[in-house]
Design a protein around this ligand. Structure first.
Ligand code: SAH
Length: 210
């Protein structure tokens, strides 16, 4: 249930769902996702579903993680990436296998502790976790090649957009009426360009620390 073969089946499904970035597919084919979910759920880790994470939060499905990473990478080599909403740390780990350094913020302290353990168990060391409100980002580390937000905002957080490097992209779910969509925000020479992508379901981005 948690074997390399199960993981390869997951990658086959991701291909069928339209994921085309071979770098992302290779990373997800190697990274043990079951390390990041509670033991009772380990046998479901490779199914295409979101899973409960505790504290009313959810772990994104493999397809959502693959899609956001593909959009963030956009075929580029990534140096510095910021993630908002560490959760269990799986998306963090996928980014860490692709980017040189990953910075990730989470508002729930207990989840930071959980993610730190998962990342250690997966042998990942190029991640810097911070307990704090992701709305403010990490201005002292900026600019970032990519910012990946895994909780739904109602508008683009201004401070974060300001921390994108030129040519950098922010991938975030945003509520639009009753629905949520993934958005790509790109910093171009002419300012920020916003594009609406796939419909998605995420927990809300909340203010402050929990
Ligand atoms: N990528 C994670 C997603 C977890 S759900 C995973 O797959 O496990 C979204 C996460 O965003 C939750 O852990 C929630 O606590 C966190 N979050 C919500 N608002 C936040 C904020 N303002 N700053 C930092 N993290 C936030």
């Amino acid at each position: 249930m948690t074997s390399p073969r199960t993981r390869l089946r997951m990658v086959g499904r991701l291909r069928g769902q339209g994921i085309r970035d071979e770098t992302v597919l290779a990373v997800m084919g190697e990274l043990p996702r079951h390390i990041f979910v509670d033991e009772a759920l380990a046998s479901r880790a490779y199914e295409d579903m979101s899973l409960p994470l505790g504290f009313g939060q959810t772990i994104s499905s493999p397809h959502t993680v693959a899609r956001m990473t593909e959009l963030a990478r956009n075929g580029r080599a990534l140096t510095k990436v910021l993630e908002i909403g560490t959760g269990c740390g799986y998306q963090t780990a996928v980014l860490a296998r692709i980017a040189r350094q990953v910075y990730s913020m989470e508002r729930i302290a207990a989840l930071i502790r959980k993610a730190r353990k998962h990342l250690r168990d997966a042998g990942i060391a190029n991640v810097h976790l911070r307990h704090g409100d992701g709305h403010v980002g990490m201005p002292e580390v900026a600019p970032f090649d990519a910012i990946v937000m895994t909780a739904a905002a109602t508008s683009v957080p201004k401070a974060l957009a300001g921390q994108l490097d030129r040519g950098g992209r922010m991938i975030l779910p945003m509520a639009s009426g009753n629905a949520q969509y993934l958005y790509v925000i790109e910093r171009t020479d002419n300012g920020l360009v916003e594009r609406r992508m796939d419909p998605v379901v995420f927990v809300p981005l909340l203010p402050g620390v929990g």
